[in-house]
Structure formats: structure tokens, C-alpha cells
Design a protein around this ligand. Sequence first.
Ligand SMILES: Nc1ncnc2c1ncn2[C@@H]1O[C@H](COP(=O)(O)OP(=O)(O)OP(=O)(O)O)[C@@H](O)[C@H]1O
Length: 268
Amino acid sequence: MKLFLGMEEETGVETLTILAGQDKTGNPEGFGRLDIHKSEIISIVGPTGSGKSRLLADIEWTAQKDTPTQREILINNESPDKKWRFSSNNKLVAQLSQNMNFVMDLSVKEFLELHAKSRMVEDVEAVTEKIILEANKLAGEKFNLDTAITALSGGQSRALMIADTAILSSSPIVLIDEIENAGIDRKKALELLVSADKIVLMATHDPTLALIANKRVIIKNGGIAKIIKTSPEEKEILKELDKMDEKIQKMRANLRNGEILKLETLKL
Ligand SMILES: Nc1ncnc2c1ncn2[C@@H]1O[C@H](COP(=O)(O)OP(=O)(O)OP(=O)(O)O)[C@@H](O)[C@H]1O
């Protein structure tokens, strides 16, 4: 990717491996190992309290049988270097969640420039413009470089963070905890992250998101009960769900613009 030229990028993570541990009762998990590759999306599903966030936390901490689940995380087939655990500059994992607020008094431009400079980007201007372009593709209402980051809406902040993570962050792994109501185009957000060679793990209950992944991890009682490959039939279902989603999005936009909803929108 052109934008990465000249940056001390290349974190070199090809695979993330999860080696099975135990569930809350101490029984072994229902799988042996899971290898996840660059540009792959894995979804994580399971009831409330079943352990989805715990799995994300195990990955973030690169667990070495030292968490309640006894799982082990490998990077490129090896026990990860300590640098991933303790470096703030070279983080393995970027987290995206529903709650994202800025507290600094900066414009979007100043914020992105600061980050770009810290990443030693050569053409700061081109990169900041690219991020805002991509962020505006994800957000409902457009914003510009002069907008104060504290003035961004929840959806705009998340759009900005996702575009920033995809384009500027060196973290090869992105963990997403429930972005159902994030007020952004979630599908485009995932496409953007995956096109930047990230490994994406996403806890979700939304079928239009869960089925984008080629595999989904089923969590029960604190353990991975099984790993399901998304079937061709499910991919067909996803296409239909996307059509429904498009109609819902259209009506959402109509509502936002103060329009009266029309039955014909359903027939599009
Ligand atoms: N294998 C395990 N052994 C022991 N404790 C576990 C295990 N897995 C999860 N837990 C604990 O169970 C609790 C609930 O797990 P967690 O918060 O990950 O659930 P969740 O699926 O993310 O829930 P929600 O959907 O409500 O966010 C946490 O305190 C977590 O540390």
C-alpha cells in the first residue's frame, strides 16, 4: 500500500494462533488450535457473560496460560516477544469499541498530524487527507479537517478512529467489541481494515456482521465450544440480509432528512 512507504512499518505478523484452554468449569475447550491469517475476519458469538470479552482480552495480553482461561496465544507460530506486552509504541492490538470519546482540544487536522508525525510518515498531508476521506465514507454526517475532535458525534469519532487505525496504526490485530449501534457503515469499516492487511476479531450478535467472517467462534460458559465455517448457504443469506439492511439504512437516511417514509422503499 503506497501510503505506508517510508514508514518504519512492517510489524510482520502473518498468523495469530489461539491454543485451547479451559471453560469456566475447567473442562477443555471444544477445539485444538485456531490459526488466523492477515486480512482475515473472525467473528465471536455467544450469550451475555459467556466470555467473548475475555477472549479478546487474552489476545490483547498475548496470554501464556496465565489467564483464567489458560489459553495460549502464538504470533507467527511462536510464543510472542515480550515487546508486544509492554511497548506502547509498537502495540500488537488496536481496540475499537462502542464508546469512544475524545478529550483533547485539537482539530481533526492537528490530531491526525500529531499521529502521522509520531508514525514517521513522509507525506503527512496526503495521509491526513486520505484518513478523513475514508472516515467520511463511514460516517453518516461529513466532517472536515478543521472540525474540533471534541465536536465530533459518536459515529464520527468511531469513523475517524477506524480510518486512523486502518491507515496509520502499526497494530496488526484489531479487536472490535460490539459495534452494532455505532452509527457508521460497519461493512465498509471492516473492508477498510481488512484491505490494510489487519487481522480482525469481532464480537457481535448482528448476522450482517457475523456472516462477513469466514469463520465464527462460538463461546459458551467461558470456553470456545466450536468454530463454524460460514457455509455457502449462509453467504447467500448474507446477500439477502444486506439487501434488507440497505432498505433500513435508506429509511434511516430519510428519517434523518425529515422525510416521510414510503412503502416503495421496501420494494427497491
Ligand atoms: N474460561 C474462563 N474461566 C474463568 N472465568 C472466565 C472464563 N471465561 C470468561 N470468564 C469470566 O467470565 C466473566 C464474563 O466474561 P466476559 O465479560 O468475557 O463475557 P462477554 O461474553 O463478553 O459478556 P457480554 O456479552 O455481557 O459483554 C468475566 O469475569 C470473565 O473473566
